[in-house]
Design a protein around this ligand. Sequence first.
Ligand code: BGC
Length: 768
Amino acid sequence: MELKNNLFSDTGWEIYENTLEPEKLINRGSIFMVGNGYLGYRGTFAEADKDEYQACIVSDTYDKADDKWRELCNVPNGLQVKFSLDNELFSNYEAELNNYQRKIDFKKGIFSYKSEANIAGQNINLSVERFSSYENKHLLVQRHIIEFTEEADFSLELAIEGELWSLNGDHFKDYQPGVMDEGELKFSTTTQEREIAIEVIQDYQLNQKPQAEKIITKERKVAKELTYQVTAGDKLVLDLFTTIYTSNDLANPKKAALDLNRRAQKKGFQTLKTEQVKSWAELWDKFDIKITGDLEAQALLRFNIFHNIIATPVHSERLPIGARGLSCQAYQGAAFWDQEIFNLPMFLYSWPEVAKNILLYRYHTLPAAREKAERLGFKGAYYAWISGKTGEELCPDFFFEDVLTGRKIRNHFNDWQIHVSPDIAYTVWKYYQVTGDWDFIVDYGAEIIFSVARFLYSRAYYNPGEERYEFLKLLGPDEYHENVDNNYFTNYQAKHVLDKACKLYQRLEEENLEQLTELKNKISLSSEEVETWAEMADKIYLFQPDPESKLIPQFAGYFALEDVIPEVLEERLQDPREYWGWPIGVAVHTQVIKQADLIQLFVLHDDFREEVIKANYDYYEPRTEHGSSLSPSAYALIACKIGYQEQAYKNFLKSCSVDLYSTNKAISGGTFIGGIHTAACGAAWQMIVQGFAGFKYQDRQIIFDPLLPEKWQAVEFNLVVKGNKFKVKLTKNDLNIRAEQSNKSPQDFAVFANEFSLAPGDHRRVNL
Ligand code: BGC
């Protein structure tokens, strides 16, 4: 089945392309990437250089160079392979290719491409496989098979290339390409700012000894040139092993990279590949969702889940999930609110230990959040809008530029978009509700929640005339409207967190007095302060839905803005690259919003009446530009809730295809924002489980309220709640739930009017 030049295999486990489209270089490199949460290697060809946007992005390498933005580094490319036949250099973009295919197999976590290429008048069969080991996250493996049909001079160049694509400056200050004692290639370098040592080691295995071997060393490159005299029928098998460590990983990265490289070679390609297939089988056991009856949805879904997995540093509790994962350096390789609200839920209900890691990262970055609050004149913890390893604010003051004048725009993402803090605290509580991990709350969560409550109180303005607390000068999720007051999303999230903070304090007093006393001493917290939070929770300003229309304004004065739709604004642009938002963009004085804002709130809370949800969905939907990839999923989730089946499906496809069909801008307001949209990837899981299956966990009950798209025959997925595992299969007619034998306790369910409990090993079929 062909869809917009992407092909899905009929298993729904692979995507591939059968034609090369040079104008899609950036997108194709992203969608065919491999990764494992430690590194991401773009899906470029083995011979690619920086101008083909080749990149190997390594986590935990934040660096600031040339006075530009701090971001993750693209490290020297240890998988570069170039070859020539009779002195003609091969390039996928230049050679005549037959039966070309580039592919990624999600099931195995393996990238590959192949073709019959015509080069120097001879046909060769070329096939390349590549994976970044999930088992050992520092290892990249690549196999080339080249079959010859005629005699020729053949030369291979295996390199570690240090001329690199970088968005913000040259990140390395010394380049030491070289050769190790036993002949392995190595590339040592150090980052500009924090002097992180980066070590890349490469070695190979070949089925046929070359006639000659030569080392080539340049300032930023080391290579081995191997030459052969080949004849018809020769088949060359080259296995490349590349290992990467940095001084942030351990004390002697060079030794670690070398040892791992040697161990990997001992195992050999086949064994490593078998291990890789096994690792991914285990991952899919946790995360896979099977859809029957809709191949496009199936493939899109697995594509998104795959990317949510490879973006996530499951190996560490000190690293964030980047808004573009490890697909490139866009958004500085750092976390936004996306991490908790979009990426995390899939882990929470499938591999809760990883959700915990993600929140521990926020715990470890509390000092930086406190520093940010203090710097801006507030108390408590104000989390960074763009958060790297330490949690310091990475978001630059000037994010976009006015493309008409070239002037920079002072965007206030970094100082007015406060909702990230309550979003994190909200998620901490959610994590507890779903896992029951009270120890986490006692040891870490309480400190996050209290510190955020303290920040919210200090950031609020008490309006004495109205006797209420307000938030002035905000940016809600809709980023086009900066400097707004009482953004409903923000105020509501704040109230929720303040409430939880008070309840939590009370419970700790009753059950964990000793730990509470310790924490109170640590952060100088008093019961009087907690009372101020209770007062604020009680008196925070929340618009009431209009009694007739049921509408809630997104922020104060929203309905007074010009009422137009995005299509009209598009016509007002003088340049298609213009930024639509603050301070002079076309959307600023209108009701057109960039992304789900109020509707996103409905995703997070179940407290709203259906008539209110419906009225606001109907109102905001046509006014939403979906200028952010975070937007369509919220509309899909809410459409499911209110029975808008078609809209739900349409928005589901829109959200899941942002990357595969390359629908979103790679450059906005002069800033590169290409790469994989990991928030949308995480949301894919939510749209199925929490949207179409209507799953929620509430008052200790698992609830399903399904609404399957017309053509789906069945959906199957797994869930983990309170440490118990369930297998769910949903069809048009029934819902089947199986509780695993190893579950520790019975679980209550509610499906429409049916309420029942499942003991470990039990199974139930409910007619719908
Ligand atoms: C969106 C934000 C999001 C960020 C990173 C922006 O375009 O407006 O909501 O956090 O991208 O994904």
